[in-house]
Design a protein around this ligand. Structure first.
Ligand code: HAM
Length: 423
């Protein structure tokens, strides 16, 4: 037997329905804010991620699915979406369009990570990017879009944490200071962090090893050493969020696992999953497009980890999506199937979920099938009903039935289902 690749998942019904509705909600809300979808390749030149996400990051140094194609070009399965958006922005001259450009995306990303709950090698992100605006108000809008989306799904317990990374110049200064503070304990850092010491010291702040965490906890937070300008920017973001009553928690030691960020950075955490399993991450990246050879176009955005989001969906949302009543359409004999299928279309157009029996089951077996599916109502259609343009409507929960005219069946079924709901 062939099994799926480690770290990938089969998303089966009915859970797949949750994915579909979450994505539809994301489209509805983000389109409302003016974000249009950009659909990008899943593979990109490896260099794109090396130059944006950063050589010293875990993603680039040990998590990428990189391979040579038949002509020997180095390609990588995208580990994230922002780099591709920046590349596409430059390559398609999107700077010529009215600015800011609001783009959204959803789809699979790939990272060779150690498997654990909520951590996969193929996972899905839903993200938005706002390009061409550098104001704090742009950051507020992006966070409002995130907050609105999470609210629409019924979340009440998620927490947005926010920090100020300063500008790249601030960060250089910060990293010098950090190294000075950690110098006496350098030997106590984990092996990875001793490597990070030279390659990318900021990443030491991200380390999950307890001893590194403990040492880092005593260092000066990055938000304390940023320039007045950067400070004013993120303070204005916090004020804007407070004016909209969006609760945020300041997290002075939050850094992100990608190199392109500056100033505003944020994450969404779920008390249910713990602080290490982040639901969403994002921030500002004003130098990303110019670093890739484009004009100086500022940007900000985020990506939600869809797998993790689905994992902690509120029960209210799950019930709304999963408890959709089913109507089973049962033709008696093959000759009745065409009429049954035509009836099915009528029901579907009426907003109902109405699968037909097409396996040639007897009435008894058909009713068993309907019950197994959890159908609330069965519609039975035999030669005499067809001749009279009638249909037998059986309420499977009550065990009652009545014959109604085919052209009133949608109304009748809705009525039965509505009654079931209030009981
Ligand atoms: P990121 O923090 O690397 O940011 O990823 C965003 C989210 O993707 C994470 O918060 C997490 O929920 C999910 N995620 C990451 N890795 C995995 C995994 N192995 N398994 C399951 N879920 C995962 C970015 O990717 C940035 N591009 C976000 C961004 C957009 N910043 C600005 N614009």
């Amino acid at each position: 037997m062939i099994r799926k690749v480690k770290g990938t998942r089969d998303i089966l019904p009915p859970e797949s329905r949750l994915w579909g509705v979450v994505e539809a909600e994301a489209r509805r809300i983000f389109e409302g804010f003016g974000y249009d979808e950009i659909r990008l390749p899943v593979m990109e030149p490896t260099e794109l991620f090396v130059r944006t996400v950063g050589e010293g990051t875990d993603i680039v140094s040990k998590e990428m699915y990189t391979f040579a194609d038949r002509k020997g070009r180095s390609l990588t399965l995208r580990p994230e979406g922002t780099a591709g958006v920046a590349r596409a922005f430059i390559e398609n001259g999107l700077g010529q369009r009215p600015q800011p450009m609001r783009l959204s995306y959803m789809g699979p990303m790939f990272r060779y990570e150690k498997m654990q709950r909520g951590r996969y090698r193929q996972f899905s992100q839903i993200g938005i990017e706002l390009l061409g605006a550098s104001t704090p108000q742009a950051d507020v809008e992006v966070l409002l879009a995130l907050h609105t989306f999470l609210n629409a799904l019924g979340f009440e317990d998620l927490v947005i944490v926010l920090n100020n990374l300063g500008d790249p110049e601030d960060r250089e200064r910060f990293v010098e200071g950090l190294k000075n503070e950690l110098l006496p304990d350098q030997e106590r850092l984990c092996g990875d962090c001793r490597r990070r010491w030279t390659e990318n010291p900021l990443r030491i702040l991200d380390c999950k090893v307890p001893i590194c965490r403990e040492l880092v906890a005593h260092t000066t937070p990055v938000a304390d050493v940023v320039s007045d300008e950067a400070k004013a920017h993120v303070d204005a973001v916090a004020e804007g969020l407070s004016a909209l009553e969006i609760p945020v928690r300041l997290a002075p030691r939050l850094v992100r696992g990608l190199d392109y960020y500056l100033r505003t950075v944020f994450e969404v955490i779920s008390p249910a999953l713990g602080e290490d399993t982040v639901i969403c991450g994002g921030g500002r990246y004003d130098r990303l497009i110019s670093d890739l050879g484009g004009k100086a176009v500022p940007g900000i955005g985020f990506a939600i980890g869809e797998d993790r989001l689905i994992d902690v969906l509120p029960d209210s949302f799950k019930h709304r999506v999963l408890d959709v009543p089913v109507v089973a359409v049962l033709p008696l004999g093959h000759e009745a199937t065409a009429s049954a299928l035509a009836l099915t279309v009528q029901l579907i157009e009426g907003g109902l979920r109405a699968p037909a029996e097409v396996s040639g089951r007897s009435l008894k077996a058909g009713l068993k099938w309907a019950n197994k599916m959890g159908a609330a109502v069965a519609l039975i259609l035999g030669p005499s009903e067809i001749a009279e343009q009638m249909v037998l409507v059986r309420d499977l929960r009550e065990g009652t039935q009545e014959t109604v005219a085919q052209d009133t069946v949608v109304e009748k079924v809705r009525d039965l289902l509505g009654r079931g709901k209030t009981e």
